[in-house]
Design a protein around this ligand. Structure first.
Ligand code: PGA
Ligand code: ZN
Length: 416
């Protein structure tokens, strides 16, 4: 068995939105790994740059000319060395020269090639001898904000979380039923509803935030009773996409209101209480650590999660921990570029008892490595949609992992 890298190939493929993305193949003497990068539509300002000037084509050239010659001959199991070499070759603080998505595809395909060389699954290769816990799926049932076109709720994502499911399969089935019921209720109550769905497979409808929450609450109650499951609701407010930094107000276009940060705080608190929310992501814009801290202190029993706030960046997370801003962090490895950087953020989060939630991107492929990261990194929740090809690929992979674990399988514990 050898993890020595013999060949690296980069190519252009497409994500579920039809956007160009980079895919990398790494061959070792004994194995093979392939990874493609996802892409966001509501990106955090502090995320790394996805590609060098010239986009995916330029990134492919960078791989061929500058990265492959240095990586061939190295061992794919030297993850930290490979990731730090990517930083060194790039030389900037945000991967703007080689591209964060280039780094992501190399970093992940290398880990996959190494695990394949050893003949073990990626989650076992990365997780070692831990007791694996399957994550609960947090799934988007209704889209709004930047993930919608035309008239839709201002909040970007309305999510469901089946908190007492005994297995991943049961949880995934629950989410599918919640999603289906939301569609049925929309069909019954909303005349213009066309059955349209967003990139993440969530429903699109011209309703406001309250109507959306009432409808999802109803769907959750009905289906929970039927399946004997408990469904809690979550939101991704994507606060930065509502924030106008000039007027210092949150602009709700659909609802035609503009609110101050203080009013935004009151509004989110009201929603948490009224709808017993289990999870609120990015309730404020990406630099408002202070209001994140106030909300976190006042919202027991609800995860307050930072996505654009932290961008999987350990320095930003450290700043958040010092201010007690949020109690949960979204982990999207391509926000930061490499597996090692993402792993550092998870480690820091676990040490500070911040709940890590590993996540897809709205523009994604059928790649499934984030499901393996959820287990290896001990993330009790995975945010990966309910339906749509790129989401189902990940759900199905978790069902396979659950099968693979057999008697050893256990669901994670969500700190709620
Ligand atoms: P993105 O959004 O993948 O479009 O950035 C998802 C999110 O904000 O969580
Ligand atoms: Zn988000």
């Amino acid at each position: 068995m050898s993890t020595q890298i013999t060949r690296i190939t980069a190519r252009k493929i497409f994500n579920n939105r039809g956007e160009e993305t980079i895919e990398v193949d790494i061959r070792t003497k004994s194995g093979f790994g392939r990874a493609a990068a996802p892409a966001g539509a509501s990106k955090g300002l502090a995320e790394v740059a996805y590609y060098p000037k010239g986009g995916v084509d330029a990134a492919i050239k960078v791989v061929e000319k500058s990265i492959a010659p240095k990586l061939v001959g190295m061992n794919a199991n030297q993850q930290e060395e490979i990731d730090s070499l990517l930083h060194e070759i790039d030389g900037s603080e945000n991967f703007r020269r080689i591209g964060g998505n280039t780094a992501y595809a190399i970093s992940l395909s290398s880990a996959k090639a190494s695990s394949d060389s050893y003949g073990v699954s990626l989650y076992k290769y990365l997780g070692g001898q831990i007791h694996y816990r399957l994550p609960f799926p947090l799934g988007n049932v209704l889209s709004g904000g930047k993930h919608a076109r035309g008239r839709a709720p201002d909040i970007q994502e309305f999510l469901v979380l089946p908190i007492h499911a005994k297995s991943f399969l049961e949880a995934a089935k629950g989410n599918l039923e919640f999603h289906k019921r939301v569609g049925e209720l929309l069909e019954r109550t909303n005349k213009p509803f066309t059955g349209g769905r967003s990139d993440e497979g969530a429903w699109l409808a011209n309703i406001d935030n309250y109507e959306a929450l009432e409808l999802i609450t109803k769907a959750c109650e009905e289906v929970s009773n039927q399946l004997g499951l408990q469904c809690r609701i979550g939101l991704d407010v994507a606060g930065s996409t509502l924030w106008n930094s000039k007027t210092k107000k949150y602009v709700y276009r659909h609802d035609k209101i503009k609110v101050t940060p203080e009013e935004q705080l009151e509004y989110i608190q009201e929603l948490i209480q009224k709808y017993n929310l289990a999870y609120v992501e990015d309730p404020f814009h990406e630099d408002d650590f202070e209001n994140f801290a106030i909300l976190t202190k006042q919202s027991k029993g609800c995860l307050i999660c930072g996505d654009d706030l932290f961008v999987t960046n350990t320095d930003r997370l450290t700043q958040g921990i010092a201010k007690a801003a949020a109690n949960s962090i979204i982990i999207k490895p391509n926000q930061i570029g490499t597996l090692t950087d993402a792993w550092k953020a998870v480690k820091k989060a676990n040490e500070a008892l911040y709940t890590p939630v590993v996540s897809h991107r709205s523009g994604d492929t059928t790649d499934t490595e984030i499901t393996h990261l959820a287990l290896a990194f001990n993330c009790p929740i995975i945010k990966t949609g309910v339906v749509e090809g790129a989401r189902i690929a990940k759900i199905n992979e978790l069902i396979r992992i659950e099968n693979d674990l057999g008697k050893e399988r256990r669901m994670a514990k969500i700190p709620l």
